[in-house]
Design a protein around this ligand. Structure first.
Ligand SMILES: NC(=O)c1ccc[n+]([C@@H]2O[C@H](COP(=O)([O-])OP(=O)(O)OC[C@H]3O[C@@H](n4cnc5c(N)ncnc54)[C@H](OP(=O)(O)O)[C@@H]3O)[C@@H](O)[C@H]2O)c1
Length: 317
């Protein structure tokens, strides 16, 4: 448990290989900056390489020695996820930290290239497929190796609706977001149990940024064409949100702090867990329910067509 941790306390990341999805904006961008400052080589996995190059330039301008590679990854398209993983395996033989960070929130209903509801498809299924594609490389990596999956406090309101996973019968933008963010935590914990069952030296950790001022809150109102909601979001961000830089702290802590174990959940420890220094926390009761995690795992493998080469955990894992 830490109450005063900042990224300055991060151990040197020199010689370590980090992948951050959604690295061009918000929390992912700030995490990229901090990893680069600590000496890691960071792969900015982004859906727009143009925006990725802009982010790379901004970090390189600040840290002359920054080691950064931009690569295309559209989590709304499984072909793109497969291509990214294949490219990564060809280019690199290690991955110490995989940050499953990119996301969309409360947008009008749309579908990914593979006909998944976009929030479930991008936030959860895309990251499941990505993690599966990089698993062998993660397992081959020497040294502390972690998969960190970014959730949200909103996961506490989430339910996995196995009857209507893609919200076809009924779409509520917040319920779909909450489902996707609960799926993030369930996936992170189930992955950790399976990694333990395989005696793998990779840990899987979940985290959330609290409430951080980023582009996330803009997308829903922008896509719905609602100026009023956009204005409301801007006011709320200005009044209540912490900076995107601080929003990145839990992910950085989860990725690097020596005391963090697989299967933990890290978030800001201050007011309402919306701001402050990172601490290990409890997630919702539902997120620990293995009877939900297991079928979610199975259906996620089926939908994405990936197969994790990991054993089913027993009650002791
Ligand atoms: N900010 C908060 O208060 C808050 C609270 C709880 C949880 N979170 C979580 O934190 C994570 C990061 O969000 P943020 O706040 O930093 O928002 P952000 O500034 O909007 O960043 C989101 C990132 O995800 C990328 N992305 C969106 N769709 C993608 C796709 N199909 N393929 C690949 N990348 C895609 C975006 O790319 P583009 O720039 O190209 O759109 C952007 O880089 C999300 O998982 C979010 O759910 C944030």
């Amino acid at each position: 448990m830490s109450t005063d941790w900042t990224p300055e306390q991060m151990p040197s990341q020199a010689g370590r290989q980090v992948v951050v999805t959604g690295a061009n904006s918000g929390v992912g961008f700030e995490a990229t900056r901090a990893f680069a400052a600590a000496g890691a080589h960071v792969v900015l996995a982004v859906r727009s390489t143009e925006r990725g190059q802009e982010a790379k330039r901004a970090v390189a301008d600040e840290y002359a020695g920054a080691s950064l590679t931009v690569a295309e990854l559209d989590l709304a398209d499984l072909d793109s996820v497969r291509a990214f993983a294949e490219w990564y395996r060809t280019e690199f033989d290690a991955i110490h930290v995989l940050c499953n960070n990119a996301g969309v929130m409360a947008i009008p209903r749309s579908e990914t290239a593979d006909d998944f509801e976009t929030q479930f498809g991008v936030n959860h299924l895309g990251h499941v497929a990505l993690t599966a594609g990089l698993l062998d490389t993660l397992r081959r990596t020497n040294g502390q190796t972690r998969v960190v999956t970014q959730s949200s406090g909103v996961h506490e309101r989430g339910r996995i609706d196995f009857e209507d996973l893609q919200s076809e019968a009924d779409y509520d933008k917040w319920a779909a977001y909450a489902q996707s963010k609960l799926a993030n935590v369930l996936f992170a914990y189930e992955l950790d149990r399976r990694l333990r069952a395989a005696n793998a030296s990779v840990a899987s950790v979940a985290c959330h940024p609290g409430y951080a001022d980023t582009n996330l809150q803009r997308r829903g109102p922008e896509q719905a064409g609602s100026r009023l909601r956009l204005f409301g979001m801007q006011v709320a961000n200005a009044v209540f949100a912490q900076s995107a830089e601080r929003g990145a702290w839990p992910m950085l802590y989860a990725a690097t702090h020596p005391d963090v174990d697989g299967g933990e959940y890290v978030g800001p420890g201050g007011l309402l867990n919306m701001r402050g220094h990172p601490t290990e926390q409890s997630s919702s009761d539902r997120s620990y329910d293995r009877d939900v995690a297991r079928p979610l795992w199975d259906v996620s493998e089926d939908l994405t067509g990936v197969q994790f080469d990991l054993p089913t955990p027993t009650a002791t894992h």
